[in-house]
Ligand binder design. Structure first.
Ligand SMILES: Cc1cc2nc3c(=O)[nH]c(=O)nc-3n(C[C@H](O)[C@H](O)[C@H](O)COP(=O)(O)OP(=O)(O)OC[C@H]3O[C@@H](n4cnc5c(N)ncnc54)[C@H](O)[C@@H]3O)c2cc1C
Length: 360
């Protein structure tokens, strides 16, 4: 007989992004078999890698880079990292100036890496052998010290312990993700953190028209531009460029229909390169973008910490009673919030908290 996708389980994890799958992996290495409930029909959450057969590099719709040391990722024997070298160019008062060789993130001076094969390479090994039910949006949790009833659009299930990894905007909103009894301290902590907006578009051109003037281009940055950065797949040769907008500019671009978004992106790229957008348009073969802001399961890109935010993340990471545990990038501490590495470490931390609670 086929097993129902939503079934009672000793441990239920909500969300199959980096945090949820890292928690599941941590528990499975201790002989436990959690059930992961995922709203979307795919794994990875804000990691979404497309492998197009005719492209030399993967196309990322969400996270792409590993920032700095990132011990969860650099320490994994299953992953290999490529440091971003190549030239950075800056647009200053209409002039293009070459940067200093090896790319270091603006402001923070940290090196950047890409995961070989794309960020999906982080997700796949974690999900191996884990029982994940996809297409199952959770719509509420009734809980007590003895356990929880997880309500989903595909039926309810009971669990002794639940790990919640939904993104911050859902954790902040009692209508989108209700707890019964409610968790006012958790909600207040979530409200102290902001959610950053980001929009990226990857464009495949018919030719790498930039390479004559900037042969080893990795990153072109135009502060103040609609799309403030453009990057190539350097050192892999391709005809792909990815544009990046954040905050208010990302919010303005997010709701636009695809062709209009492409047009705005080309205007911005054209200004950076000193080429009219109408000359770039015939060179476009395809483009890819995802609106993370209106996606109901992310409602933005990643958490942003201001002032008291450090305390807020510590509060978010605290279990509620013996039944509820919390993970996700916004619950990561030590400056790792907003990143894949932070999401992974938070998932492992929630897994360990749960294991400890079982041995008490
Ligand atoms: C455009 C963009 C670019 C980024 N770039 C980088 C980068 O270069 N480097 C970097 O380190 N980080 C980057 N990030 C951030 C990084 O993607 C996240 O920090 C990380 O992937 C978050 O993992 P998570 O598991 O905490 O959350 P998520 O990946 O969001 O996982 C949460 C899961 O919960 C599911 N879910 C939500 N609601 C429900 C529900 N009601 N029921 C069931 N399931 C639900 C979601 O579908 C999702 O799968 C970027 C993010 C975006 C959006």
């Amino acid at each position: 007989m086929q097993q129902p996708i939503v079934r009672d389980a000793r441990i239920v994890i909500i969300g199959a992004g980096a945090a949820g799958l890292a928690a599941a992996h941590e528990l499975s290495t201790h002989g436990l078999q959690p059930l992961v409930l995922e709203a979307r029909k795919r794994l990875g959450g804000r990691i979404w890698t497309l492998h197009e057969p005719d492209l030399p590099a993967p196309v990322e719709l969400g996270a792409e880079f590993v920032h700095g040391a990132a011990p969860e990722i650099s320490g994994s024997r299953a992953l290999s990292l490529d440091e971003m070298t190549g030239d950075t160019w800056h647009i200053r008062r209409g002039r293009r100036l070459r940067g200093d060789g090896v790319f270091h993130e603006e402001m923070e001076g940290r090196p950047l890496f890409r995961v070989s094969g794309g960020c999906s390479a982080i997700i796949e090994p974690l999900a191996h052998g884990i029982d994940v039910a996809t297409g199952v949006p959770v719509c509420g949790i009734r809980w007590s010290p003895q356990g929880a009833r997880v309500e989903t659009l595909k039926g309810d299930c009971r669990a002794e312990r639940v790990i919640v990894t939904v993104p911050l905007p859902l954790l902040r909103d009692p209508e989108a993700f209700p707890f019964d009894p409610e968790l006012p301290v958790k909600r207040a902590a979530a409200a102290q953190l902001a959610t950053a907006k980001a929009l990226r578009i990857t464009i495949r051109f018919r030719e790498d028209f930039w390479s004559e003037r900037m042969p080893d281009l990795f990153m072109l940055s135009g502060p103040g531009e609609t799309m403030r950065s453009w990057w190539t797949t350097h050192p892999l040769h391709s005809t792909l460029l990815t544009g990046w907008a954040c905050d208010r500019k990302a919010a303005n671009l997010s709701a636009l229909p695809g062709r209009t978004l492409l047009g705005r992106a080309l205007e911005s790229l054209g200004r950076c390169l000193g080429e009219p957008a109408r000359e770039l348009e015939p060179l476009v073969e395809r483009y890819w973008s995802h609106d993370w802001q209106s996606d109901p399961y992310s409602r933005g890109a990643y958490s942003a910490v201001h002032g008291d935010g450090v305390e807020a993340a510590i509060e978010l990471a605290r279990p509620a009673g013996r039944a509820l545990f919390f993970a996700g990038e916004a619950t990561a501490t030590g400056g790792r919030a907003a990143t894949i590495d932070g999401a992974l470490s938070s998932g492992r931390r929630a897994g360990r908290q749960l294991l400890e609670s079982l041995s008490m």
